[in-house]
Design a protein around this ligand. Structure first.
Ligand SMILES: *[C@@H]1O[C@H](CO)[C@@H](O)[C@H](O)[C@H]1NC(C)=O
Ligand SMILES: *[C@@H]1O[C@H](CO)[C@@H](O)[C@H](O)[C@H]1NC(C)=O
Ligand SMILES: *[C@@H]1O[C@H](CO)[C@@H](O)[C@H](O)[C@H]1NC(C)=O
Ligand SMILES: *[C@@H]1O[C@H](CO)[C@@H](O)[C@H](O)[C@H]1NC(C)=O
Ligand SMILES: *[C@@H]1O[C@H](CO)[C@@H](O)[C@H](O)[C@H]1NC(C)=O
Length: 472
């Protein structure tokens, strides 16, 4: 074999190897495109655009005729409009449902018009050069149709097929720089008759990009009937319970990360909500204050309902073994499951005749207006301890964590100056001491639907059936 032949031979080999490599590359590209959106620019973060100095405000909706004052919090409506004022490029919204058009409610609830005003702002975004993107679990929402008519990009997730649950996530990401997360949905009630709480973080690209990744995950699940086995790298969490984002929040040194649910919506490194709550409860040294719409440690799955001990167990451990003081403020409304009281009473009775054990539960009953409609249904979903804050989207009901999609923000502050935790604690104390909070009495189940005859239409929303219903 002469040199020429040898060269030709190795050239042929090269071509074959090259072809194989090409095939392989195409195959890999195909596999990954299955979970990737083409054309989505990578979120590159560097020291220039990953600021570690962020600002935070707590936002609340306190219904008009509820005698509770803003405890250093901003109004939710003002906060959301403020975010839209800041928006220059994009606004990404996830909401469990859409019901902002309040035209028919305006006469009964003057504040209801806030819903319509917000809807009009969202309709006008495109004209200002701002792209609105909405991920939703609702197939046929007239409001989302309207928004797409005005230039919004709307993507639908078939949650029934994906998780057998619902999309309960409620957050905003603005310009991948500012974010809102909290209990309020895009619902006129959230801006008027419901008592809501959320958090807005400004100028915090790192955290906002991480939340944007959760948005992107929903975005990529459009039209899918099953959850992909491999997630794109672009969906991996930037921060987790092991690796927090360290920054300055309103001047105080803090650590934060974002959690999400359910388990199967979990790309690499993402901490689940239940793990985040576990960590927050475990890290508490002195007290745990929980403000929730529903508390029900049950998992209703056919054919049998099951006791779902995850959070209940953590609280028992904190009470008995670690002597942490626990207080639970739960909503008392028509949809409140009667077993809620039994479970809370069971927790409370753990402390009977036990030294250094303190557990108290109270129920927040809304004010009932003359026309029978409740004002100020307690819709909060947060925990605050002596060192951390968790603000999330899901109720503390087994089914929520197992089937529904949600997200949460955990912030721990270091050192003595804990701005956020202190602020949230005073919000909790304000509600706890308010005239609407009723203590849990032994052997007595409070009547939460005292307003007999209230038509169901305006007592909140069907969302609140996260609790196993009458089948129990
Ligand atoms: C951060 O800056 C880099 C280069 O300066 C840019 O490529 C990247 O897109 C920026 N990231 C975000 C989230 O804006
Ligand atoms: C809101 O609802 C009313 C009555 O249902 C309807 O006439 C109106 O067009 C709606 N507005 C928008 C902006 O969809
Ligand atoms: C969602 O998925 C379920 C189960 O696969 C299917 O029956 C239903 O038609 C789907 N809904 C839509 C709107 O595609
Ligand atoms: C209860 O707390 C007090 C004061 O912190 C402590 O002195 C006492 O030993 C504790 N008792 C028990 C049983 O842990
Ligand atoms: C953070 O600082 C801003 C501006 O100074 C203030 O409005 C806000 O209430 C502060 N947030 C908290 C949680 O203290």
């Amino acid at each position: 074999m002469n040199t020429e032949e040898r060269t030709a031979d190795s050239q042929q080999k090269c071509i074959v190897i090259f072809a194989l490599v090409c095939c392989f590359a195409v195959l890999v590209a195909l596999i990954f495109s299955a979970v990737d959106v083409l054309g989505e620019d990578e979120d590159i973060l560097n020291d220039d655009n990953c600021s570690d100095i962020c600002q935070v405000v707590l936002v609340e909706n306190i219904p008009e005729d509820i005698s509770i004052s803003h405890e250093g919090t901003t109004s939710l409506t003002a906060g959301l409009h403020g975010l839209l004022d800041l928006a220059q490029k994009s606004v990404e919204i996830v909401s469990p449902w859409w019901d902002l058009n309040s035209t028919e409610q305006d006469s009964r609830f003057p504040q209801a018009k806030q819903g319509r005003l917000l809807l009009h702002r969202l309709m006008g975004l495109k004209a200002q050069g701002v792209q609105l993107k909405v991920a939703s679990g609702m197939t046929s929402s007239p409001e989302l149709k309207l928004l797409s008519h005005y230039g919004a990009e709307v993507r639908y997730l078939n949650m029934t097929a994906l998780t057998k649950g619902e999309l309960r996530s409620s957050f905003w990401v603005v310009d991948r720089k500012h974010m809102y997360i909290g209990s309020a949905a895009m619902d006129w009630r959230s801006l008027s008759t419901l008592k809501e709480l959320g958090i807005i973080v400004y100028e915090c690209r790192c955290l906002a990009v991480d939340l944007h990744r959760i948005f992107n995950l929903y975005w990529q699940l459009e039209y899918r009937e099953f959850v992909p086995a491999i997630w794109s790298k672009r969906l991996s969490a930037l921060y987790s319970k092991e690796e927090h984002f360290s920054f300055h929040l309103n001047g105080s040194q803090a650590k934060a990360y974002i959690s999400s649910s359910p388990n199967i919506f979990r790309p690499k490194d993402r901490t689940t909500d239940i793990e985040a709550i576990f960590r927050v409860i475990q890290d508490a040294k002195r007290f745990i204050c929980i403000s929730m719409t529903d508390y029900l440690p049950l998992l209703s799955s056919s054919p049998h309902n099951k006791y779902w001990s995850r959070i209940d167990g953590m609280l028992r451990e904190a009470l008995i073994l670690k002597h942490v003081r626990v207080r639970l403020l739960i909503s008392c409304r028509e949809q409140t499951h009667p077993l809620t009281f039994n479970f809370l009473w069971s927790l409370q009775s753990l402390c009977i005749q036990t030294a250094n054990c303190s557990m108290e539960a109270r129920f927040f009953s809304p004010r009932v207006r003359d026309d029978g409609s409740p004002q100020g249904v307690h819709h909060h979903r947060y925990v605050v301890t002596d060192n951390s804050v968790y603000i999330g989207n899901l109720d503390w009901v087994g089914n929520e964590f197992v089937f529904n999609a949600g997200a949460g923000l955990v912030v721990s502050e270091l050192g003595r100056s804990s701005t956020l935790a202190e602020r949230l604690k005073s919000v909790f104390d304000r509600d706890w001491r308010s005239l609407y909070a009723k203590p849990l009495q032994p052997n007595k189940i409070p009547t939460c639907s005292s307003s007999a005859g209230v038509s169901k239409g305006h007592t909140g929303h069907t969302e609140d059936t996260g609790s196993p219903n009458a089948s129990l």
